[in-house]
Design a protein around this ligand. Structure first.
Ligand SMILES: [Zn+2]
Length: 196
């Protein structure tokens, strides 16, 4: 498994791509069917558990709201948007089939719990999200669709969506002030093309 794998609207996964994953059992938000079983890459999940424990030590409770989604699931979502709004509008709003990071098994949408109540992606000022933005890289995660980078990622800002890239890449991105995985890959390509 290549944790730096780039998946976006231009770089799509094949329909039959199903990663190796483990089942995860976390409290979930109201939007998700409670009988649904989330799945995530085994390594990504192990690091999530470390991150969750570290957050808890500082008084923040974070959980996985939504993680793996299949190609077929994304196709159904996309097709229903396309049917209602037309294909151009659908392209702007949702990932095309194969173009969602959720199909990698390396991404999840975070949900918090405060005073026993689940809180979904409400504000940038949520202390749990502030903690995540500051600390996720230590556990190999990046905020995948940052504010102001919409042109590069192709997706609007999502304060809740985190992607596992592994601790080494996450640290490298932090140290070099690289905000997106697209820019990370561009940088790698440039380094490769350099002649010494
Ligand atoms: Zn997401």
């Amino acid at each position: 498994m290549d944790f730096s794998q780039l998946v976006n609207k231009e770089n799509r996964l094949p329909a039959d791509y199903v990663p190796d994953m483990v089942e995860i059992h976390e409290p979930m938000g109201s939007k998700i069917d409670k009988t649904y079983v989330n799945r995530l890459n085994k390594v990504a999940y192990a690091y999530f558990k470390l991150m969750q424990a570290a957050a808890k030590q500082e008084g923040y409770e974070i959980f996985i709201d939504s993680s793996y989604r299949s190609y077929d699931y994304q196709k159904r979502v996309f097709d229903s948007y396309a049917e209602e709004l037309g294909i151009d509008e659908a392209k702007k709003r949702v990932a095309p089939p194969g173009g969602s990071e959720h199909q990698t098994g390396l991404a999840f949408d975070v949900i918090s719990r405060r005073d026993g109540v689940m809180i979904e992606e409400s504000s940038d000022e949520d202390p749990e999200l502030i903690w995540m933005r500051e600390n996720a890289y230590k556990f190999g995660y990046i905020l995948r669709y940052p504010k102001g980078k919409e042109e590069i990622t192709g997706y609007k800002y999502e304060r809740w969506h985190f992607r596992f890239v592994g601790p080494e890449i996450a640290l490298e991105m932090k140290e070099k002030n690289i905000d997106t995985l697209e820019e990370y890959h561009m940088q790698k390509q440039q380094d490769k093309n350099k002649t010494y």
